[in-house]
Design a protein around this ligand. Structure first.
Ligand code: ADP
Length: 613
C-alpha cells in the first residue's frame, strides 16, 4: 500500500525524448487490517481482552478464597456442632439420673389415692418429665448414630397396625389442641422389614412436629401406601408414609436446610421457638439407615407434607441389619414410656414372692454414686429387705466380699471400679460368684447392655427405671435363687447344673457332691477333709454351701447321704441296715431318725411307697 507516481516518457522516431514525461499518480490503499481504525479497533480489543482476563483471574481467585473460607467455616461449624453434641450427650447422662429421681417416685405417687385435681397436676408433671426424657434420648441417639454405634436391626413388621398405634398415642394431645388427626391406609395390612424402634422415632418426630406447628382446628393426616413397581432407587418397590398438616408451613429458603443438625426456622417474636433442631436431622439419618428417602413439600402458611419411602422386602438389607431381631426387645426405647404399667403391677401382685413370716430377710447391696438414687432405692426396698449401701465400685466390692449379700444392685457408671468391671469381678471370684447382680445404667446403648450380660449380670435396667420393674426383677431373681436352694435340700437331684446359675458355682457344687458321694461309706467324713479337697477354707466352704444350697456343710453331707439312701431303698437290693451302713450311718437308729426327719416317713414306709408306685 502507498502512493506511487507512474511516469511515462517517449521518444519520436528520431530518438528525441519528449521533454514532458507524463505522470500518473497511483494510490494503493492498504488492506482493512492495516487501516488506522483497524489499529484502533485492535487496541480496543486487546485492552478489552486484557481487562476480561484480569477480571476472570480476579474472579477465580475470589471464588477460590470464598470456597476455602466456606470450607473453613463448614469445618468450624462441624466442630462446633460436634462439641455441642458431645456436651449435650454428656449432660444427657447427667440429667437422666435426676430425671429418674423425678419420674420414679412420681410414678408411685400417681398410684396412691389422689383427687381429680391432683391427678391432673401429676399427669402434667409426668408428661413434661417424659418429654424431657425423650428429648435426651434423641440427643443420645444422634450421638450414637454419629459414633457408628447404632445399627439397623430390621424385623418383619405389620406396618398398618404399627402406624395406627403410633397415631393413637397422639389422639389425646391432638384433641387437647383441637386438631383433627387421621390415619389413612390403602389396605388393611401389609408386612415390611423395618427397625421398629427407629421407625417409631421417625413417625413420632414427624407427628410431634406436625402437632407443634399446626394451629387449632387444623388437620393432620398420616397415610400409608404401597408401590410395588421397581425403580432404580427401589429395585423391589417401596411403601410410602406421608405426614401432612395444615400448619404454618416452611418457607422455601429453609426447606433444603431443615434436615441439618440444630437447624431451626427463625420464628417471629410472637411465635414460640421451642425445640432443638435435632428431630428432623435424626429422622433423616434413620430414614437413610433404612435405605429409604425423605422429601418435604411445604408452603408458608398452607401446611407441610413429609413423604417417606422405604424399600419393600428384605433384599435391600444386609445380613447384619437383618440379624439383630433377637436383641430387639431389649432395644425397645419407648417401651417403658408406653409400657402398660397396670399389667406390670398385676404381674407383681400375682407372681411376687410372698415372704413367709419368720423367713430371714434377704440382704441387698446397693452400689450407686448418686446419693439421691441410693436413698431412693433404699426407701423402696426397706420394707422387705435389709439394705446395705456403697457409694462407689471399690467400696461395693469390699462390702460384697465381706458381707456376701443375697443380691447386688449396681450403677454402671461410677468413679473407680465401674459397674461392669465390678460385676465381672464378682462373678469370677469364688466367694461371690453366686451373688446375682442387677446393673442400672443411664446409657441406652445395646452394646453396653451386651457387655453387661457378658460380664455375668443377671439383669440390666435402664434409667430412668420404672420402680415396679426394678422391684419385680429383684423379687424374681431372689425367688429363683431361693427355689434353687430348695431344690437341693428338698429335691432328689445330684446334678449341680439344676441348682446353680453360674458355671463356676456349678463346677464347685458338682465337685462337692461328687466328693461326698465317693466317700459316702466313710462315717467320719469331715468338713475339713472336704474343704481341703475342694481347696478352700472351712469358713469359705460354710459360706458358699450356705449360699448355694441353704445348708451348712454337715447338713450338706447328711443330705447327700440320705438322698443316696432313698435311691438305694427304691432299688430294693439291700436291707435297711446295709443301706444305713453303706451311706455312712453307724447306727441304725440314728439313720432311721434322720431319714424320718428329712423325708417325713420312715425308711420302711419309703420303701413300701416306692413299691406301690
Ligand atoms: P425442632 O426440635 O426445632 O422441631 P426439627 O428438626 O424437628 O427441630 O425441625 C426443624 C425445623 O423445621 C423446626 O424448627 C421448624 O421450624 C421446621 N418444621 C419441622 N416440621 C414442621 C412442620 N410440620 N410444619 C412447619 N415447620 C416445621
Amino acid at each position: 500500500p502507498g502512493s506511487y507516481v507512474f511516469k511515462v516518457n517517449s521518444t519520436n522516431r528520431d530518438g528525441v525524448w519528449s521533454e514532458h514525461p507524463r505522470e500518473i499518480l497511483v494510490i494503493i490503499s492498504p488492506p482493512f487490517w492495516r487501516t488506522w481504525w483497524a489499529y484502533v479497533l485492535c487496541g480496543v480489543l486487546l485492552f478489552a481482552l486484557f481487562f476480561t482476563l484480569r477480571s476472570v483471574m480476579l474472579f477465580r481467585l475470589r471464588m477460590r478464597n470464598q470456597l476455602h473460607f466456606d470450607q473453613m467455616e463448614r469445618v468450624k461449624q462441624e466442630e462446633i456442632s460436634r462439641s455441642k453434641m458431645q456436651f449435650l450427650s454428656n449432660i444427657s447422662h447427667e440429667i437422666k439420673t435426676p430425671l429418674t429421681m423425678i419420674m420414679a417416685p412420681l410414678e408411685k405417687l400417681t398410684h396412691t389415692s389422689l383427687d381429680e385435681a391432683q391427678k391432673k397436676q401429676f399427669s402434667f408433671i409426668q408428661k413434661s418429665a417424659q418429654r424431657l426424657l425423650s428429648l435426651f434420648n434423641q440427643l443420645l441417639e444422634v450421638q450414637k448414630i454419629e459414633d457408628g454405634q447404632w445399627r439397623l436391626k430390621a424385623q418383619k413388621t405389620e406396618i398398618v397396625q404399627f402406624l395406627r398405634e403410633i397415631v393413637t398415642l397422639f389422639q389425646d394431645a391432638a384433641e387437647e389442641k383441637k386438631i383433627e388427626i387421621s390415619f389413612e391406609a390403602v389396605c388393611d395390612e401389609f408386612e415390611a422389614w423395618v427397625d421398629r424402634s427407629k421407625m417409631d422415632t421417625v413417625v413420632f418426630n414427624l407427628l410431634s412436629n406436625a402437632l407443634k406447628f399446626t394451629p387449632q382446628k387444623g388437620l393432620i393426616t398420616l397415610s400409608v401406601s404401597i408401590n410395588p413397581e421397581k425403580s432404580k432407587f427401589f429395585p423391589f418397590g417401596f411403601f410410602e408414609i406421608s405426614v401432612a398438616d395444615t400448619g404454618i408451613g416452611i418457607n422455601e429458603e429453609h426447606l433444603a436446610r431443615i434436615f441439618e443438625r440444630f437447624y431451626q426456622v427463625k420464628m417471629n417474636d410472637s411465635e414460640c421457638q421451642a425445640g432443638t433442631g435435632i428431630g428432623l436431622h435424626l429422622v433423616k439419618q434413620l430414614v437413610d439407615m433404612h435405605h429409604g428417602s425423605i422429601h418435604v413439600d411445604s408452603r408458608k402458611g398452607e401446611g407441610s407434607l413429609f413423604v417417606l419411602r422405604f424399600p419393600l422386602g428384605d433384599q435391600t438389607f444386609n445380613a447384619e441389619e437383618l440379624s439383630g431381631a433377637e436383641t430387639m426387645q431389649r432395644d425397645e426405647k419407648h417401651s417403658w414410656i408406653l409400657s402398660d404399667i397396670s399389667s406390670l403391677e398385676k404381674v407383681i401382685t400375682q407372681e411376687g414372692v410372698q415372704h413367709e413370716p419368720g423367713d430371714a430377710r434377704s440382704v441387698i447391696l446397693v452400689i450407686e454414686d448418686d446419693p439421691d438414687i441410693l436413698n431412693y432405692i433404699e426407701s423402696e426396698f426397706l420394707s422387705e429387705f435389709d439394705i446395705m449401701k456403697a457409694n462407689d465400685g471399690n467400696e461395693g466390692w469390699n462390702q460384697a466380699v465381706e458381707k456376701l449379700p443375697d443380691l447386688i444392685i449396681s450403677d454402671v457408671m461410677m468413679p473407680g471400679l465401674d459397674g461392669i468391671s465390678l460385676c465381672r469381678k464378682i462373678k469370677s471370684t469364688f466367694e461371690t460368684s453366686h451373688i446375682p447382680v442387677i446393673l442400672l445404667t443411664a446409657s441406652g446403648s445395646v452394646e453396653k447392655e451386651i457387655e453387661g450380660y457378658e460380664a455375668g449380670a443377671d439383669a440390666y435396667i435402664h434409667k430412668p427405671f420404672h420402680p415396679s420393674l426394678l422391684e419385680l426383677k429383684v423379687k424374681k431373681i431372689i425367688e429363683i435363687r431361693e427355689g434353687l436352694k430348695h431344690q437341693f435340700s428338698k429335691g432328689f437331684s445330684f446334678i449341680a447344673s439344676d441348682m446353680v446359675l453360674t458355671s463356676a458355682d456349678e463346677k464347685f457344687l458338682q465337685r462337692a457332691i461328687d466328693y461326698v458321694k465317693d466317700h459316702l461309706a466313710d462315717s467320719t467324713l469331715s468338713t475339713e477333709q472336704m474343704g481341703k479337697y475342694l481347696g478352700i477354707s472351712r469358713v469359705h466352704l460354710y459360706r458358699k454351701l450356705k449360699a448355694l444350697t441353704n445348708q451348712v456343710p454337715t447338713e450338706f453331707i447328711r443330705t447327700i447321704r440320705l438322698k443316696q439312701a432313698a435311691y438305694l431303698l427304691a432299688q430294693k437290693k439291700l436291707n435297711i441296715s446295709e443301706i444305713a451302713y453303706k451311706v455312712g450311718f453307724n447306727s441304725h437308729q440314728y439313720f432311721t431318725n434322720s431319714f424320718q426327719k428329712y423325708y417325713n416317713m420312715s425308711p420302711t414306709e419309703y420303701s413300701k411307697q416306692n413299691e406301690n408306685e
